[in-house]
Ligand binder design. Sequence first.
Ligand SMILES: [Zn+2]
Length: 303
Amino acid sequence: MGVRCMRKSNCLKKKLIFLLIIIGVVEVFLLIFLFQSSREKNHLIVSFLDIGQGDSTLIRTPRNHTILIDAGPTGTVVQKLGKALPFYDRTIDLAIITHPQTDHFAGFLDVAERYAIKQLITSDIPYSSPEWEAFTKKVSEFHIPVSFVSSQRTMILEDGVSLELLWPISMAVDTLHLPDANEGSVVALLRYGEHEFLFTGDISADTESQLLANNLIPDIDVLKVAHHGSKTSSSKEFITQAQPEIAVIMVGRDNSFGHPNARTLLTLNQAGSVVYRTDIDGDVTFASDGRTYALRTHFIGEF
Ligand SMILES: [Zn+2]
């Protein structure tokens, strides 16, 4: 590789440009290297995003796999992803839509425009709305592979990190005639070392009791409280079994639903759970090494 030229002055100019290009390329690689090095190795990062009245949780694994569970009601989630992920990372390895209601999926309309979604998992609950139709159109336009949760299965995200899909199971969907989309929410358990994070979408106490009856709920560390802390969820039995050390409520400021409900807060308090709320604490981020974790509020960057 070199610079060929006829006249001396031209040659000097070309050499200078060549040198500047080389310096530029080296700088870019150095920046990428520094960005990667600044990230603590072997940490699982889980960020409950403050995106208004809705749910969105970003998971980054120690080997940089990116999972987004729900995307909130608007494109706000894209700004959050821009802050949390390196500028060159435009891939969502796995997207999960717990159920097809706008406060959980509508943000994916913008996410799909800016990020390559490699795989999408959702609930097979029948649902129809103009937004959902627009989204499903986009899914086929971008050729995003979709699969539905119809039985329990465990996904190994990478060595040491697994995601258990616990709900819905087709038997329950068929026999229980689930009354609404909330009950068909995907429920997922993320495990890394000694830590368990449980994501519950908008399930109510009926589904919680089904999960308990099937012995699917272990003692966990962090709970994404179901249905924005509504009174229809977080039964005493469910919380007593799960025993979450930390409970995160994803809820909009001054929302018109009155979420979270005072009774839910009391149940969590009585179980000894420390409660964080996105309307008060902003983004709530955990960094786990599998044995201990650090927690920061109003924060989605690297620890
Ligand atoms: Zn919701």
